[in-house]
Structures are given as structure tokens and as C-alpha cells.
Design a protein around this ligand. Structure first.
Ligand code: UT7
Length: 331
């Protein structure tokens, strides 16, 4: 190995919870003025999963955490900390992590949410690793979970084709020090908050009959501006992490960028200089699941044998805020 682990942790299990119901581009053609051709060409998305009406974000988070604990040979009772990254919480308070704990039928573990949009799971991982290093926690469930379908204006073709529902969870422990974060960085620019947000429902603009009628509880997004910032932020964060880790792009075994749009992912890969066979994508199958995208992709990569012990994994994300993060992880 050419570089040393600076923040030790080991992924001991991973899991997902993905709704059964598939919404295809052909289904969307019947709902808004769009086409399969436009969606595939501009985004790379072919289908996404959508929850049934009685499912909340915590149901998906509980499913993903239970599967991840099973993968690790553990019980959910063995977790001492639960972090749920989400922008689509069950309720404003308490946290989705607390609702998740209730649904898992456990108590005692510390439970809280992280709000960093699509960067949420990466922010949560950074926090989880810090808790392990500080000795505050011994085993952390780091989950990204979203029910985006509840905050979408299904009459707005510029946003409704992009998102999907799902959850991904990762169980982390300190490990023996041979695995973990080689280098990482994170950041935000709150000045860009107005280009991607949910206008109503918080203290800025509480819910009223008027806000509901004006569809202000749905995602507002300036797509072109978000696209430009996304490519810049993700490629910069990943390249910085690689430089800090002392690794060139050829040393990256797999690049997992946030799964928003295949064009954003591809532009990020090119700017980082990573070869195309090392870009991992699931956006065609699931759309943009916000904070769930990276952990769901990570689960698929592990399951598909794309990550072995000792692999160098580059992960990068951006999201509402705008927030961003980049990490190089020795698996
Ligand atoms: O996780 C963070 C969340 N957000 C993102 O990552 C989104 C970042 N942005 C994007 O991915 C892209 O900007 C979009 C996919 C949202 C849009 O792609 P674009 O290539 O930037 O298209 P555009 O917004 O410039 O729109 C081009 C045309 C417009 O028509 P005119 O004005 O040229 O006649 C749109 O009205 O495409 C039209 N359009 C559509 N046409 C068919 C927009 N949405 C659709 C649609 N179907 N669904």
C-alpha cells in the first residue's frame, strides 16, 4: 500500500431497502409531456422505485439497517449509534433516526439525523468515523434514506423524472487500522441554498392552504445551475482527496459519485482522470435517491464483487445547501 489510513474504520456490513414498485420512463410519458428518449439522453435514468402510500422514510431506513446488520452477522441491538441522513424526514421532530429505532423495536442507542441533501450519507460517515475515533461509539449504523416521491411536483416534468425512493445503510466499526479513510474533505456554500430547496413547510414559510395550492412543498430546482456546480464541486472534492491521499487516478479501483445524472457522473470522472471502466453507476435503475444514492451504490458494488479487501474507493457527492464531500477509502 502506498498510503496510510488516517481515519481507521471498517465496513462490516451493508444493506438496502428499495421499494418493489417500479416507475418507468414509459409510465412518466403518460403523466407529463416527456419522452423516454429525452430522459435517457439527458439523465441516463430508465426507471426508479416509488414507495406505497403507507411507507415513510423510517420504514426504508429500518429495512436497510436491519439488512446491513444481518450482512455483518449482527443484531440491530448491537448498534450503539444510528445516524440517518435524509432530506425527507418522517416529521420535523423527532428525527427520522428515532422513528427508525422505534420501528426496529430497539432502544438505548444514540439516534439522530444529518441534513446535507444528497451529500448526507458522506457527512454522516465522516461523523460516524469521528465518533469511533473519539471512543464515543463502537458500532455505528450510517444510513441514507429518502422518500423523494413525497416532495415532488408530479406535474413538473423538469424535476419529476429525476428522483426515486430508497435507503442504503452501512455498519462501521473501528477495525484493526488497515482500512478506513486515507483522505477526505467536506464543505458547503450556503449562498447557493436558493437554487435547490423546498420552499414551504419550515419556519421561513410555514404550511398554509396557499403554500399547498402553489405546490411550494415540492422540490424547487434551477437545474442548469445545479448541474454546473455539481460537476465542479464533486470533481474538486474527489481530486483533493486523491491528492491528500497521495494517490493518482490510476490507483483508484472504483469511483462512486453521487448518482444524480449520468452526464454529471461522467464529467466528474473525466475531470478526475479516472478510467471509464472504474465508474460505478446505478442511476439507470433507481434515479436520484438523494442521500440514499451513494450507500445503495456501495452495497451493489460490494455485492457485485467490484470492491475487494484492499481496494481504493473514491467517493464524492454534492447536494442541496450546496454541500459537497470527497473521500478516498481503503476497503
Ligand atoms: O442531487 C441534486 C439534484 N439535482 C440534480 O442533480 C440536477 C442537475 N441538473 C440536471 O441534471 C439537468 O439540468 C436536468 C436533467 C434537470 C435538465 O437537463 P438539461 O440538459 O440541463 O436541460 P434544460 O433544463 O436546459 O432543458 C432543455 C429543454 C427545455 O426545453 P426548451 O426550453 O429548450 O424548449 C426544457 O423545457 O428540455 C425541456 N425539458 C424536458 N423535455 C422533456 C425539461 N425537462 C424535460 C422532460 N422531458 N422531462
Amino acid at each position: 500500500m502506498t498510503s496510510s489510513v488516517r481515519k481507521p474504520f471498517k465496513i462490516v456490513g451493508a444493506g438496502v431497502s428499495l421499494p418493489d414498485k417500479v416507475l418507468t420512463n414509459a409510465d412518466l410519458e403518460k403523466m407529463v409531456n416527456t419522452s423516454d428518449e429525452w430522459i435517457v439522453e439527458r439523465t441516463g435514468i430508465r426507471e426508479r422505485r416509488i414507495v406505497e402510500s403507507d411507507v415513510a422514510t423510517s420504514d426504508l431506513a429500518a429495512g436497510a439497517l436491519a439488512q446491513a446488520c444481518g450482512d455483518a452477522g449482527l443484531s440491530v441491538r448491537d448498534l450503539d449509534t444510528i445516524i440517518v441522513a435524509t432530506s425527507t424526514p418522517d416529521t420535523v421532530f423527532p428525527s427520522t433516526a428515532c422513528w427508525t429505532q422505534r420501528k426496529l423495536g430497539i432502544k438505548g442507542a444514540a439516534a439522530f439525523d444529518v441534513s446535507a441533501g444528497c451529500t448526507g450519507w458522506m457527512y454522516a460517515l465522516e461523523l460516524g468515523v469521528a465518533l469511533l475515533m473519539a471512543g464515543t461509539s463502537r458500532r455505528v449504523g450510517v444510513c441514507g434514506a429518502e422518500v423523494m416521491s413525497r416532495v415532488i411536483d408530479w406535474t413538473d416534468r423538469s424535476t419529476c423524472v429525476l428522483f426515486g425512493d430508497g435507503a442504503g445503510a452501512t455498519i462501521i466499526e473501528k477495525g484493526d487500522g488497515s482500512t478506513g479513510i486515507l483522505a477526505s474533505n467536506w464543505g458547503a456554500d450556503g449562498n447557493l441554498a436558493p437554487i435547490l430547496y423546498q420552499p414551504a413547510g419550515g419556519t421561513q414559510k410555514p404550511a398554509t392552504a396557499e403554500t399547498v395550492a402553489a405546490r411550494e412543498h415540492a422540490v424547487y430546482m434551477e437545474g442548469n445551475a445545479v448541474f454546473r456546480h455539481a460537476v465542479r464541486a464533486m470533481s474538486r472534492a474527489a481530486s483533493l482527496a486523491l491528492d491528500d491521499a497521495g494517490l493518482g487516478p490510476d490507483a483508484v479501483d472504483l469511483l462512486i459519485p453521487h448518482q444524480a445524472n449520468i452526464r454529471i457522473m461522467e464529467a466528474t470522472r473525466q475531470r478526475c482522470g479516472v478510467s471509464s471502466d472504474r465508474l460505478f453507476g446505478i442511476v439507470d435503475r433507481y434515479g436520484n435517491m438523494s442521500a440514499a444514492s451513494v450507500p445503495v451504490a456501495l452495497h451493489h458494488a460490494r455485492r457485485d464483487g467490484r470492491l475487494a479487501d484492499g481496494s481504493a474507493l473514491a467517493v464524492t457527492a454534492f447536494g442541496t445547501g450546496l454541500t459537497w464531500a470527497g473521500s478516498v477509502i481503503r476497503m
